[in-house]
Design a protein around this ligand. Structure first.
Ligand code: TYD
Ligand code: MG
Length: 463
């Protein structure tokens, strides 16, 4: 007869070790390893009953695309790839207080109003609190079925009886508790076991399950990074609490594209969809200031215009400071080196601060050109032309390289009233010819020195 065994699980990354340790060997976090007792499962050992044979089929067959439930909140539907898929599990992660409960209550209310059966189970807030929030959001008349519970056994039993549910929201997975597991809610083992039971109920009863998860400041969902591979989609709700906008980002999606974003704005009456994020991000831009350039970026499939700001300050002694918010700092170092070496912009005795205005984080190398323009503009104290957007990757020899989706970027720039785009030289790519939208002038830039020349007084090098 098998005995209950104890193993040790890191609460930060989920790594399992046979021995306790003060520091997790996998993620190198301190004081995260905790004991966990596993009771033997009857029949789980190799001595159990013989397995049945699995049926294998060919790749071709009649499989209809999933019938999605459209929530009516376009920013969410797009991120999901066209709506909620029945019998799927979605993890919505984000910092505490960012607006996850608000968003999901709004989504649940919208869907319930279309006649779908929607259940919202809160483990964090009492019924009264959720009702108050619903009133504030103006959705109190929506026929959501609301419950406050943390007991997964009870929840699953109730869901088994509700065969026709379209959406079940669990807020949050870290508060859920399964009596079979001997550890506190929020620990890796609880989160894993609770999710497993809930996901199984979703698959068996054909509803879409949304699990809300709080995230640690490092970006992993607290405890359960283990959760990410159990679910069909992982959406992160992010944003700076100092700013109004929130971004819902798909980092995994079995039923749609990843890196798709939905943009929302937190208002007094909940989250409002932002159909035109560029206008939001550029709203506070002041023209005619040196050190600012507009980047025509791409978030997922979505073009977004952003302002990149650079500030330079002389630092004659010691090592100059480089500080970046919203972009990659090693990328900035590289770009500064290229500016010095290939375009003669002297920055070795200058502090450089770089900021993506509005609090968004940019990951694209395509931002190189806009960053270089902002820095060159600051270095020579000459503002960029107010109607110009920039995009293009810059290589180590100073060459400006092609980037993906130039057309989409140009279209967005034209839509927002920009008149010029500084972009990589359009080498003939097969038969593809880039066409400029009406009213937009294209200025091809082949080398970083050509970009700098637009800011530098003739034949002068900065210094
Ligand atoms: P909440 O949805 O509770 O966050 P989470 O579930 O991610 O922890 O959001 C809480 C914050 O949102 C809180 O600071 C107040 C703010 N808020 C608004 O600004 N407007 C609103 O209409 C609501 C409901 C919340
Ligand atoms: Mg909440």
């Amino acid at each position: 007869m098998a005995k209950a065994t104890t193993r040790f699980v890191c609460q930060a990354c989920g790594a399992v070790t046979p021995k306790w340790a003060g520091k997790c060997e996998t993620c190198e976090e301190w004081n995260t390893v905790e004991p966990e007792t596993i009771a033997p499962r009857p029949g789980a050992a190799s001595k159990g009953p013989a397995g049945q044979s699995v049926t294998f089929v060919g790749l071709l067959g009649d499989t209809a695309p999933p019938a999605r439930a459209v929530t009516g909140i376009d920013e969410l539907d797009r991120v999901l790839g066209g709506g909620l898929v029945p019998a799927s599990a979605i993890l919505v992660g984000g910092d505490p207080g960012i607006g996850k409960s608000t968003l999901l209550l709004q989504v649940a209310a919208r869907l319930a109003k279309t006649g779908k059966r929607v259940m919202y189970i809160s483990g964090e807030e009492a019924i009264e609190q959720v009702r108050l929030r619903a009133r504030r959001l103006g959705v109190a008349d929506s026929p959501i079925e609301l419950a406050a519970s943390i007991n997964v056994r009870d929840i699953v039993a109730s869901l088994e009886r509700a065969k026709d549910a379209a959406l079940v929201v669990i807020d949050s997975i870290q508060t859920m508790w399964l009596d079979a597991i001997d550890s506190a809610p929020g620990t890796v083992s609880q989160v894993r076991a609770c999710s497993f039971e809930l996901i199984r109920a979703a698959k068996a009863n054909n509803f879409a399950l949304v699990l809300v998860g709080h995230v640690t400041k490092e970006g992993g969902i607290a405890g359960p990074r283990v959760l990410e591979h159990m679910v069909d989609a992982v959406l992160y709700f992010e944003g700076d609490r100092g700013h109004q906008f929130r971004i819902l980002r798909a980092v995994k999606n079995r039923f749609g594209a990843t890196d798709e974003i939905g943009v929302f704005e937190m208002t007094d009456a909940g989250l409002a969809e932002v159909a035109n994020p560029s206008a939001l991000f550029l709203a506070e831009r002041r023209g005619n200031i040196a050190g600012s350039a507009v980047f025509a970026g791409l978030e997922g499939t979505r073009p977004v215009l952003l302002e990149i700001q650079a500030l330079l300050a002389p630092n004659p002694g010691g090592s100059p400071r480089r500080s970046v918010i919203g972009w990659d700092s090693s990328r900035l170092s590289m770009l500064l080196a290229v500016l010095e070496t290939r375009a003669g912009v002297r920055l070795n005795m200058t502090d450089v601060w770089l900021n993506v205005a509005g609090g968004l984080r940019v990951n694209e190398p395509a931002a190189d050109m806009a960053v270089a323009a902002a820095i060159a503009s600051a270095a020579f104290d000459k503002p960029t032309a107010p109607g110009t957007v920039y995009f293009g990757e810059i290589g180590l020899s100073g060459e400006v390289r092609q980037v993906a989706q130039a057309e989409a970027r140009l279209k967005e720039a034209a839509k927002l009233g920009f008149d010029t785009a500084a972009l990589p030289r359009r080498v003939a790519h097969g038969n593809r010819r880039l066409s400029a939208p009406e009213g937009l002038r294209l200025e091809e830039i082949g080398h970083i020195a050509d970009l700098v020349a637009r800011f530098a007084p003739e034949n002068t090098k900065a210094g």
